[in-house]
Design a binder for this molecule. Structure first.
Ligand code: NAD
Length: 361
């Protein structure tokens, strides 16, 4: 029976429209092959939405997202909107989307693609075979904890305050996503905290340890965040799935991603307890190359593969996309950001066409 899914597309700004149109073509081809019908609807977000409505995330866009099975987002932002106050800027649209869809779990894979191993700043033997998934808590912790602000003390000195706070239910719901993600991968989960210093981390560790009893097939370990930062650079292959809070995850997911060296190749997923997830590249809107057919569409395409795997439960179709991406890289096809000598340079559209050919074969 044909499976049907409603997908909201949020192209946003800069290179967004170019890369998302490649991902849509890829999904159409994969849909035919795997008997999946996608009904696409587009909505404005970011600078494009500000120009149209004055708001970075119009209510109508959020409603469309809510009424879909998954959201495929490109990127927002650009020079044109840089002088607006923070709450009116394109990036506020992203925060609104995360809050509006209650996306508390952020999944960021960092996988070394053998053909691009030279792009890593680390030695080949250290990064070869790296395949890590960072599961970051996205809506709690120190970024949202109260009290927060800059206050003046009785002596007249100013004092900046943020509060790192997690409730047990917040820890358990991100914990479950992490255990389930680890189960779908190699079954190894490392929980990262700072429980030697922070009370909030002690509660984190206690609850993650308790949760492990429900997932006997997952091998759980714990690591302090300072050590995790070192180990990611020293011996990254020891990690499979990492789970951590908002602040530590923000930093470690960027560090893990950079083991791969190529920003144009990195996808991500943000998930809620129920309702649609948002799938988007890690990179921004690249205004410096927008409209020039120079963008690498593969992070967007790999985000569509994550959407199939984690949002729509269609892992065979996701595998097919990921294998086809590897295939065109093996053929030596490259966009400018991942170009090296002896390879063939293609634009965004031509890279998409090559991928579609590989998918159809
Ligand atoms: P960026 O990721 O847009 O660009 C950094 C560099 O990487 C640029 O040189 C760019 O040309 C290149 N690059 C990025 N993606 C590429 C791709 N797919 N193919 C080829 N090259 C690529 O980051 P930035 O320059 O710091 O930010 C530009 C705008 O994007 C800003 O307005 C920023 O706020 C926004 N931004 C948005 C998001 C998001 O939507 N999630 C994330 C980061 C930055």
């Amino acid at each position: 029976m044909t499976q049907q899914f409603r997908i909201t597309l949020l192209p946003g700004d800069g290179i967004g429209a170019e890369i998302i149109s490649v991902a849509v073509d890829v999904l159409k081809v994969v849909g035919k092959k795997f008997d999946i019908e996608f009904n696409f609807q587009e909505a404005p977000i970011g600078g494009a939405a500000i120009d149209l409505t004055g708001e970075p995330l119009p209510e109508e866009s959020l409603d469309k997202c809510r009424n879909s099975d998954a959201v495929l987002l490109a990127a927002v932002g650009g020079y044109k909107w840089d002088s607006l106050p923070p709450s009116r800027r394109p990036e506020a649209g992203l925060l609104g989307l995360r809050a509006g869809l209650e996306l508390f779990a952020n999944l960021r894979p960092a996988k070394i693609i053998p053909e691009l191993i030279d792009a890593s700043s680390l030695k080949k033997e250290i990064v070869s075979g790296v395949d890590i998934m960072v599961v970051r808590e996205l809506t709690g912790g120190i970024y949202f904890g109260k009290p927060r602000g800059i206050f003046t003390t009785e002596t007249g000195e100013r004092r900046g305050v943020n509060t790192m706070v997690y409730t047990e239910s917040e820890i358990n719901r991100i914990g479950r996503v992490a255990f389930e993600t680890a189960q779908k991968r190699t079954g190894k989960l490392c929980s990262v905290d700072k429980s030697n210093v922070l009370d909030v981390s002690q509660l984190w560790r206690e609850n993650i340890t308790k949760l492990a009893q429900e997932y006997p097939s997952v091998e759980l370990s714990h690591m302090y965040v300072d050590n995790a930062a070192m180990q990611l650079l020293r011996a990254p292959k020891q990690f499979d799935t990492i789970v951590t809070g908002n602040l530590f995850g923000d930093i470690l997911s960027d560090a893990a991603a950079m083991l791969t060296g190529s920003i144009g190749m990195l996808p991500s997923a943000s998930l809620g307890a129920t309702g649609p997830g948002v799938f988007e590249p890690v990179h921004g809107s690249a205004p410096d190359i927008a409209g020039q057919d120079k963008a690498n569409p593969l992070a967007q395409v790999l985000s569509a593969a994550m959407m199939l795997r984690y949002g729509l439960n269609q892992s065979a179709a996701a595998d097919h996309i990921e294998q086809s991406v590897s295939l065109i890289l093996q053929q030596g096809l490259r966009t400018g950001d991942i170009m090296s000598s002896g390879m063939k340079l293609l634009g965004c559209r031509a890279m998409g066409d090559a991928l579609i050919q590989a998918l159809e074969e």
